[in-house]
Write a protein that binds this ligand. Structure first.
Ligand code: MLT
Length: 199
């Protein structure tokens, strides 16, 4: 997978960035640097193409997810994260995922469906993908997520469903609701930063 890594200071957070549809590995760098100035950043580009836009898994129309692609791309991403972490001598559990939209969706899917030691995630505007096959506890995970009241892509049901899936498996979930749509607002970035400082 295409990625960039930017080394921060040893005490900085380790942020793993997953962009939204049509983004790339540079899309979230500025937000991540604002979240933690000293952070080490590992940022991926989704391998799936949709009319020239990068994504982390295929879909067959808005919110019509290709679940085969979702599983294959989850495996690919986990493999890449694991091998880069080994190369860079960064323990997997040190990473904090920062995902937006499609990137947040694959991150939530991986946390729900795979036994991975990553414990923390900041998910901007995620939704449930409707996959719920596992029952292992997520009690060692803490997630922050944002929901836009007027989001035309993520319905209230789809974000509620994700929150319920996570909570029913004992994850610690913090939800920030914004008075806007699917875009990331400055207000939620500030709230994400505060959460990050506390975790
Ligand atoms: C998705 O396809 O993952 C969601 O609809 C979010 C998006 O990328 O628009």
């Amino acid at each position: 997978m295409k990625y960039i890594i930017e080394k921060g200071s040893p005490n900085g957070k380790k942020l793993l960035l997953l962009h939204g549809t049509g983004g790339d590995e540079t899309s979230l760098l500025e937000i991540a640097r604002f979240l933690n100035e000293e952070a080490t950043l590992l940022s991926f580009r989704g391998t799936v193409q949709e009319s020239g836009m990068n994504r982390f898994f295929k879909r067959n129309g808005l919110n019509q997810f290709d679940l085969v692609s979702l599983e294959e791309e989850s495996d690919r991403l986990i493999k890449a994260i694991t091998s880069i972490s080994e190369e860079e001598a960064i323990p997997l559990e040190d990473w904090i995922i920062v995902g937006y939209s499609n990137g947040a969706n694959i991150a939530a899917h991986i946390l729900l469906e795979r036994k991975i030691t990553i414990k923390h995630a900041l998910l901007f505007h995620p939704m449930s993908l409707g996959v719920d096959t596992q029952r292992f506890s997520l009690s060692n995970k803490a997630l922050w997520l944002s929901v836009g009241k007027y989001d035309p892509i993520v319905s209230e049901e789809a974000s509620d469903q994700l929150v319920q899936q996570l909570k029913s498996r004992q994850a610690e979930v913090t939800v920030t609701t914004t008075n806007s749509g699917h875009q990331i607002t400055m207000d939620e970035i500030n709230q994400a930063k505060q959460w990050l400082n506390e975790h």
